[in-house]
Design a protein. Sequence first.
Length: 452
Amino acid sequence: MNFFQTPCPIEKLPPLFFEAVVDVCQRTGAPPEVVCADSIAASNTLVHPKYKAKSWTGSLMPTAVETLSLAPTAVGKGESYRMFFQFTGGSAPDDANRTSVVTPIDDLLLQDESFSSLLEHLEGHGKCASIQLEDGFSFLAGPLTKRETISKLTQVLSGPPSLKMGRRHGRQEAFDPSVGVGLRLQPELFYDYQKRDKGISRRLGLWPRFLTFCYDPGRFPAMPNYVAPSAPRASYLPFMERLHELFPVADTPPGSDVAARKVLVMDSYANAHLRELAFWVKGQMNGEFHDIQDAAGRAAEITLRLASNFHVVCQGDGHISREMIERGWAFAYWSLGQFRNVFVHALQPPPKPMKIKPIKAPKLPHHQHTLNADMQFMLQCIGTRSFQISNGVVPQADVALFTGFSTTRFLKTRAWLEAGRLVEAKGDEISGTIRILPVQGYNAPYGYMPTA
């Protein structure tokens, strides 16, 4: 199956993100889809615990961004993950002056993927949890995606004001929770899971909440990796230093009181632009997005979450600008195409190979054989009589006598010979003449051709 694949729009990333992605692509050889997903997931792990955003409708939503990164084995997924999540400073010889040791980001991640562990981290006011898996297969087969718990998980990802959860001994209640999830796994494993799942997890709203990145050159056309200019060399270290500036804000000991999340607000231009995008997406539900309406319905929300992430990392304070909304929308819109590839095209059965059957020559009906024989016989009669005449022009009456055809049969045969430009006839069958024309290429009507 060949489907059109647009390249990952890394040029739409803010400069700090862009240089980090280019540098890691060069160092690891990983495709931009994988590295871009990791940069967003790493930054969001530090942003969503302390920030939420005010939407164009006036409601508040978490800034957590869920990412689904699909790529084959041995393309650099693990190296990219470790560079962003296990960075400890001074990781490259050419950056020897940067020797400060920092805490790896994966120390902030939820290590136990059980549902009870998730509830324990979310119980209380403003608690958060981040799940980032280098190999996400355990998530697919784990307790969080079971049918009896997946509806609760999707509710948590939406960030409800209050979530009540029953336990064997008493009840738990989480106020204003926030959960960020990032998965990395091989495409074929995910496709097989979707077939076994029969699309239930998608219909329950889990996967439409994810920003989808798919690098599967075996199934979809692979775009060439972005080649950065040789000078000046991009570096991902400024990006990592900025993330670790956010550590004191994000790294709150478990069980301690959590301050209220800061609300990010769009400026008037950003608000108007995002409102316009949401209106346009709604109008395309039965058009461009007819087969992925569930994912398209969350495109505007994901745009705001991404823009919030870009804003906190690159700006820090102030209002979210229209520029950040445009950058977020570039990835949200591109992700819809990726979602279609993964959840629509990849699940379709491969087309059956086309069998080419040899073309057999058509069998002529009986009347066509008779006509061909009559035409050949009349030509022989004309040729025999023309040898006796100097100019080769034969009376039609002589030909009628030699052939012995009835008037109707004679006129029909003569007409076909004239149509094939084999003879030239003048007058009628009693007083007219006929002669054989020089052969200059015969194009018989309907493919009728007399035999030699």
